[in-house]
Design a protein around this ligand. Structure first.
Ligand code: ATP
Length: 233
């Protein structure tokens, strides 16, 4: 469904991604793993074309989207949830969801507020609260919920378990598995291997912007030395 081929990305002269090559098959969850500063966010931004790869291609559903404006990438069905929570603090939960609403898209789930609240019961209870009154974990959920209202077929989650309470991390893992059962394809970035193991089918490990491992979760589990070398556990 998504293919990243020989992608090189830079910030000015700094060469941050080196020849990344991986695929995310439809209906799977792939975890992009690596330590702080490994290049996970830059990989997501390069897929969304928020950072334009200097060489290489990003193909989505067979179409080369490299160089497209990011809003067009989003309109094509890729929903991006950045690490920093981007909610409207002065709007209520319901209003935040309304802002994210997009027309139905062929082949993807058409999300309604009711469906989103089934997925995130905490948000249902707080539907009339202002964004600023939510906890960090709730704001994270609202960011995902608002992205779902855009009816993406593919969702990119940048460090969904970062900075939230352990009980919410568990909920987040359940949510990701539910999204997969809805037919969404998911690419998430993580430093938390434990979390990734609970949800991922496939794994891509990067270090200093270079890919060190691509394979299934079970292949990674069969090679603890790879885990020990490239991830903080
Ligand atoms: P984190 O877990 O901290 O988010 P990451 O794996 O997502 O890390 P990136 O944020 O992609 O890593 O950063 C990769 C490298 O690019 C780092 O060395 C970082 O310092 C550098 N970098 C990130 N953003 C910029 C920027 N806007 N300008 C210059 N360098 C940047």
């Amino acid at each position: 469904m998504l293919e990243v081929k020989d992608v090189n990305s830079f910030y000015g002269k700094a060469h941050v991604l080196n020849d990344l090559n991986f695929r995310v098959d439809a209906g799977t969850v792939v975890a992009l793993l690596g330590r702080n500063g490994a290049g996970k966010t830059t990989t997501m931004k390069s897929i969304m074309q928020l950072v334009k790869p200097r060489s290489g291609t990003v193909t989505y559903k067979g179409q080369n989207i490299t160089g497209w404006p990011s809003h067009k990438v989003a309109r094509d069905g890729l929903g991006y949830v950045p690490e920093e929570r981007r909610i409207f603090t002065q709007l209520t939960v319901l209003e935040n969801l309304e802002v994210g609403r997009q027309p139905p898209r062929d082949g993807s789930t058409t999300w309604t507020e009711t469906m989103v609240f089934d997925l995130f019961p905490n948000l249902a209870e707080r539907r009339n609260n202002l964004g600023k009154a939510l906890s960090g974990g709730e704001q994270q959920m609202l960011t995902i919920a608002r992205t779902l209202m855009g009816n993406p077929a593919f969702i990119l989650l940048d460090e969904p378990s970062e900075g939230i309470a352990p009980v919410i991390v568990e909920q987040m893992a359940r949510v990701i598995l539910q999204l997969k059962s809805e037919g969404l394809t998911v690419l998430l970035s993580e430093q938390n291997l434990h979390f990734a193991q609970a949800v991922a089918d496939g794994v891509v490990i990067i270090e200093h912007g270079t890919q060190k491992f691509v394979g299934s979760l079970s292949e990674l589990q069969a090679h603890p030395e790879i885990r020990d070398q490239y991830l903080s556990v």
